[in-house]
Design a protein. Sequence first.
Length: 543
Amino acid sequence: MLPVIDHYDTLMARFEWVIPQSFNIGAAVSDAWAAHEPERVCLEHFSPDGQHQRLSYGQFADQSSRFAAALAACGVVAGDRVAILLPQGFEAAIAHVGIYKLGAIALPLALLFGVEALAYRLKDAGAVAVVTNGFGAERIAAIRSALPDLRVLISTDTMDGVPSFAALVAAHPPIAAIADTGPDDPAMMIYTSGTTGPPKGALHGHRVLLGHVPGFQFHHDFLPQPGDRMWTPADWAWAGGLLNALLPSLLLGVPVVSSPAQKFDPHMAFSILAEMDVRNAFIPPTALRLMKAVERPRDHYDLKLRTIGSAGEALGRETFEWARDALGIEVAEFYGQTECNIVLSSSAACGVIKGGSMGKAAPGHRVAIIDDAGRVLPAGSIGQVAVQRPDPVMFLGYWKNEDATDRKFIGDWMTTGDQGVMDAEGYFTFFGRDDDVITSSGYRIGPGEIEDCLVGHPAVQLAAVVGKPDPVRTEIVKAYVVLAPGQTPSEALEREIRDWVKTRLSMHEYPREIAFVDALPLTTSGKVIRRLLRDKAVAEAAE
């Protein structure tokens, strides 16, 4: 638990890690609460028809222990990889916790994945079991012959020949003993988003949840507070949804609201926030930008928000200022990766918040800007964001890929592949991925600031910027723009947007080319896959 100290330097100086020798995520987020407050609500599910559902910690602990026993009866043992291919909901949370209690390794996967993406991850992980719904089961059926390790398929929907999740839980008594796991025993494997290459399985120990707590409490202003309730539109299959919202909230006794899988709709998001009395939310930057389409939201929705955290890509000053004005919330931007999450964080309560910044080092973590030799650079220098090991939130390594794990480190610094700057006050600003930095006429240009400026234009909803090869300037800045509803592409609008950036940033950073597109390529976590846009720009330049 983070001590309630509202002075950043004092909080950093007094914080100490306490990692027990025996720790099991499953027991910590369910049984520990059930033993003392079995009726305490841990999960609530939003239903568009108003028939919302609730689950208590007592029910959660019982059903997850029964599911652990059911997996064991199916032949699953400690160390086996069990995939969870489910939307947000009680079953997904119960499955996670049951897997941890058994000592197996949870493999969260997004329902948005196509069959090739699923096949790659399931085969690479050697998954022996998959817990899914009818939609996911159909996809698994199409690739099952390519998955020699897969022995068990369980569905939350009624299907001929497929064991029922509910029936298995009902048929088995709770597992006799929860696995006695240590902090470094594997608990989950989350595949990287694949923005810069083939996805890799980042293996995490049970300590990963404890490692998230300080930064999580920091950017949610010392959560839990009376009435706190968490929601995120992020898929729980992503580290953001799972470890920035679901599991730390359950650990701290904060009810988590789940919602049906759907294409993100800003009006529905505001409805969920209002109807479910959500006080705390993790909302990725892309979703927040889409929510800007709702004018004067507090006039139409009874919002009770206390804190919003945001991460996954740069939030930007424009979106920060919109949220402050439209929602009355200073969004706490934070930073991390699948391999090492919430290592930078912001906190309004501690006065550590600045629009356009990812915050400062979160309590318990040492983060720096380093050069290619691993030397720490002075304030104001552009370099790579790096995290020093050992660190409880840091991954154990990449699954079956020691070489990639070794390449991730320079000495004791875990490299991130993200370029950034730390100012004299200790605030970090994202500059761009190593591959995203644009070299134009001798200038090194980060896409984030340009994208932030673009979305500040009233006609722009989303934007992504890449470098396009150019024989004179090495590269030129090219922008791919999704217009706001009701806007129509035109040469006049293109000139207006270009001039908007020229006058607000600089003459060397404005996009010399703008392409209006219907949508941007996004990962399941909402990050722009700039690699695909770069490939497109390179192909255009070669024509």
